[in-house]
Design a protein around this ligand. Structure first.
Ligand SMILES: [Zn+2]
Ligand SMILES: [Zn+2]
Length: 362
């Protein structure tokens, strides 16, 4: 019974065999942190074990003293902690993101944090790790959620630039992960012009550069002399409707998020150009990943778990909803697409549910 040595607590998922928490949302003595988003990496822990990239991100965001002891571990490096062996495998979600693999008494549990299966030039791709227990999120855990290829979104953005050379293209994207991925996808599509950044993006983009992710020519939007017609400016979603946005040339407002698949959500946010680019798996990828791990037992941390639990039963697997508190928010996808970063308390997006839903079909 894995439950005897790994279980949810008020502070988060706790491994009793090694006496540590995974992504705890309250300060604890020992934590393993899957990635740098604020709903997973909180300040105030005694000791944190994470990938080197996540350690750097945490230092930049929380300050170097927010965690008493920050220790980096390489992907795949085995570490004996208490009565178990722990190692990290790439999760493909953002730079530094990892799944936590825990082995104890011949059983293997994988806590995947947030993950995706699509190409992301800014991080190592998700690696399937065979296991007995797979712990997964279910942000897009409904069969209606099927994300288009990212090429579709990038193509729409570049087409709109061609069609509107006199307008600034103001792209809302979360500052850690999505912003850098959008830039990298644009570079892959051959866009080599300077990409302009809101001040809130500058430091994290520089950190990605320092960690070896080449994002091409970038400049702060405040450094521009004109109104940037025909240029791309990336800003936090909260800045799209801000005074700040008025400096640009008749901006086309775009927003990069998995939730842009829900028409009402784009409209509600005044988004003229919705770009479906997600850092989470869609439904087919979620179900396929679960099958690939070979796990007999699946725990669902947060998201829309009811449909997934039904699906697991159909697959002959044991499912359990953990309903971990404090999850969702930072990347603006796991919380239902609210337009303010770090808003972990946003209610789920009811309009995304079937019946009340208005999900775009391919
Ligand atoms: Zn995340
Ligand atoms: Zn998350």
């Amino acid at each position: 019974m894995i439950e005897t040595w790994l279980h949810p607590t008020a502070a988060g998922l706790y491994c009793a065999a090694g006496d540590f928490f995974i992504d705890p949302h309250r300060p604890v003595d020992r934590a393993i942190v899957t990635h740098g988003h604020s709903d997973h990496a909180r300040p105030g822990h005694g000791a944190v074990l994470a990938t080197a990239e996540t350690c750097r991100i945490v230092e930049v965001r929380h300050g170097s003293n927010a965690t008493a002891r920050l220790e980096a571990i390489a992907l795949g490096e085995r570490r004996r902690i208490g009565d178990c062996t722990v190692w990290l495998a790439p999760a493909g979600h953002i730079l530094g993101s990892a799944q936590v693999v825990i082995e104890h008494k011949g059983c293997r549990a994988v806590v995947s944090g947030d993950y995706k299966r699509r190409l992301d030039p800014t991080c190592a791709p998700f690696e399937v790790v065979a296991c007995d227990l797979f712990v997964t999120e279910a942000t897009f855990g409904l069969p209606v959620f099927r994300h288009d290829s990212d090429d579709v979104a990038i193509g729409r953005l570049l087409d709109s630039l061609d069609a509107n050379p006199d307008r600034t293209h103001l792209v809302g994207a979360y500052g850690l992960g999505k912003c850098q991925r959008m830039i990298a996808l644009l570079r892959r599509a051959g866009y080599d012009r300077t990409i302009w950044l809101h001040g809130a993006m500058v430091e994290l983009c520089a950190l990605y550069g320092a960690l070896g992710i080449d994002l091409g020519p970038l400049a702060p939007a405040t450094a521009a002399t004109g109104k940037l017609p025909g240029e791309i400016v990336i800003a936090p979603p909260s800045a799209l409707k801000d005074r700040w946005a008025r400096r640009f040339a008749d901006p086309v407002t775009a927003f990069a998020s998995g939730w842009m698949r829900v028409r009402g959500r784009a409209r509600q946010n005044g988004v003229e150009l919705p770009l479906v680019v997600s850092d989470h798996v869609d439904w087919p990828e979620l179900v396929a990943t679960i099958a690939e791990t070979g796990a007999g037992e699946i725990w669902v941390t947060h998201g829309r778990e009811q449909a997934l639990l039904r699906q697991l039963t159909l697959m002959g697997l044991t499912g359990r909803a953990l309903a971990l508190v404090g999850r969702g928010g930072e990347d603006g996808e796991s919380d239902g697409g609210a337009d303010t970063a770090g808003d972990a308390d946003s209610p789920p997006l009811d309009s995304a549910l079937p019946g009340g839903g208005e999900v775009e079909t391919p």
